[in-house]
Design a protein around this ligand. Structure first.
Ligand SMILES: [Zn+2]
Length: 465
């Protein structure tokens, strides 16, 4: 679909997320050729001419949400590993299912995931580990067509362990070191910077236990040589800490530093089992943490020390993780959890405010993805990655403070309109770049075929007739 060259959004409650966090109660945003030209009062922009005018009355107008920890492939296995232990979660369900994926499953899952992300207000995402069997090319193509902004990370690994468990990986999930590096190289040459600059290709380091020190160092060298970035799960399980202590006699981030992994070009997912020295190292090196509160609660991984991280200046962003660990890709629900769980943990209602949660999901996400210069706030010169959230809803009434109302009462279903680079991906709650019905139908069929192929059966705990 071709988008309007010029767009005027008017009559909205505009959250700029600019340096002073300016809010405009009756605000307007003028967009030309995919870029924001001006942000101001509707009255000030009254004489602005535009091909398309969007009336945002009773709506929040804000930067698109940025999800920095997404497993695209796990949308197809949503709800396939609920209320089980982590080892069971991985070994009996998630790895078995993902290890039986075909390239078609990879594409359908990516489309299902993106349809949900767009539907719920996410404009950019960081996919953390694409296995060769999911079909990187097709996934990249589907992102190009769906119109989202994304960093796609290719898995790199050279060992079959996970944390302190040796040789635990499901056969279908194992990849060869040289093949991983070659595929990343090929995909980087083909896709990095493509799709009007919306696509990036990163290195997705599998996990501690699955990558040897030699490969860690090689990936750091290659990533910096290509001027791209890296992501990796870190400290999601306490076994990570034990693994590094037993094998290298070091703390987690001490080891990461030794491998060269720390820096603003690294996004660590979770970062739960970290001590004071770890947090300081992350702050000093400006290494990013992608905080995933829903996943951390569902898998009983623990509480990331987000209030301390924010206090120290560690860059923190938000992630939904995956279909079997969350089980949604709805960032507004994730905002709610991020703002709630730390209050209970710290016994302090003042920690992680609604505003801080939104900052993590916009400015923090843009920083983590290395795109803070171009997205993450509504300011002249920035790209028009914008969402309109409809607050004219029973569950959002009265709307006394739209910022905290969005976080504490909202969900992604309130999102009305989504644009990336000024191109509309959803308008009036209707997806424009993906066929919602077809996505649902194909995802159902492929899930069923996958479950049969992998011989995974999910039965309800209650008697089923
Ligand atoms: Zn993950």
């Amino acid at each position: 679909m071709k988008s309007a060259k010029s767009i005027l959004i008017k009559n909205g409650y505009v959250l700029t997320l600019n340096r002073t966090r300016r809010i405009i109660a009756d605000g307007a945003v003028h967009i030309e050729d995919g870029r924001i030209i001006s942000v101001g009062n509707t009255e000030e922009l009254r004489s602005t001419k535009a091909e398309l005018i969007l009336d945002a009355k009773h709506m929040i107008v804000m930067p698109g949400l940025i999800d920095t920890h997404v497993h695209l492939a796990q949308a197809l296995i949503r709800g396939c590993a609920d209320d089980v232990s982590l080892v069971d979660w991985l070994k009996s369900y998630v790895w078995v299912l993902q290890g039986n994926f075909t390239g078609d499953d990879g594409r359908v899952s990516a489309e299902l995931c993106m349809a949900e992300m767009i539907r719920t207000g996410t404009t950019s995402f960081l996919e953390c580990m694409i296995h060769t069997r999911y079909g990187f090319d097709n996934i990249a193509k589907s992102v190009e067509e769906a119109g989202m902004r994304a960093a796609l990370s290719k898995i790199v690994m050279d060992s079959t362990g996970y944390a302190d468990s040796d040789d635990i990986m499901y056969p279908g999930m194992i990849e060869d070191r040289d093949a991983c590096l070659e595929e990343t190289d090929r995909m980087h040459s083909k896709w990095h910077g493509k799709a009007d600059g919306r696509l990036q290709v990163w290195y997705g380091l599998r996990s501690l236990g699955a990558v040897t020190p030699d490969l860690f160092k090689e990936v750091v060298r290659l990533s910096r040589e290509k001027n791209t970035r890296m992501t990796m799960h870190l400290g999601e399980v306490v076994d990570d800490v034990r693994f590094v202590r037993d094998n290298f006699e070091m703390g987690l981030t001490e080891f990461a530093q030794e491998m060269g992994l720390l820096g603003p070009d690294m996004v660590f997912a979770h970062g739960i089992h970290l001590d004071d020295a770890d947090l300081n190292r992350l702050a000093v090196t400006q290494s990013n943490i992608s905080h995933c509160p829903a996943s951390n609660m569902k898998l009983a991984s623990g509480f990331a020390r987000v209030p301390e991280m924010l206090g120290l200046g560690v860059p923190v962003s938000l992630g939904c993780d995956g279909g079997p660990s969350n089980n949604t890709y709805d960032m507004i629900r994730e905002l709610r959890l991020a703002a709630l769980i730390h209050k209970a943990k710290a016994d302090d209602p003042l920690v992680v405010t609604a505003e801080q949660a939104i900052e993590m999901a916009t400015l923090g996400g843009a920083k983590a993805m290395g795109i803070a210069e171009t997205v993450g706030s509504l300011e002249p010169g920035k790209l028009a990655d914008i969402i309109l959230v409809d607050m004219n809803d029973l569950g959002l009434t009265p709307n006394v403070n739209p910022v905290s109302n969005l976080v504490y009462s909202g969900s992604g279903h309130a999102v009305d309109t989504v644009m990336v680079n000024g191109r509309l991906l959803m308008q009036d709650k209707k997806l424009l770049t993906l066929d919602e019905e077809s996505v649902i139908q194909r995802a159902r069929e492929r899930n069923q075929a996958l479950m049969e192929r992998a011989d995974v059966k999910i039965t309800p705990k209650w008697p089923l007739e």
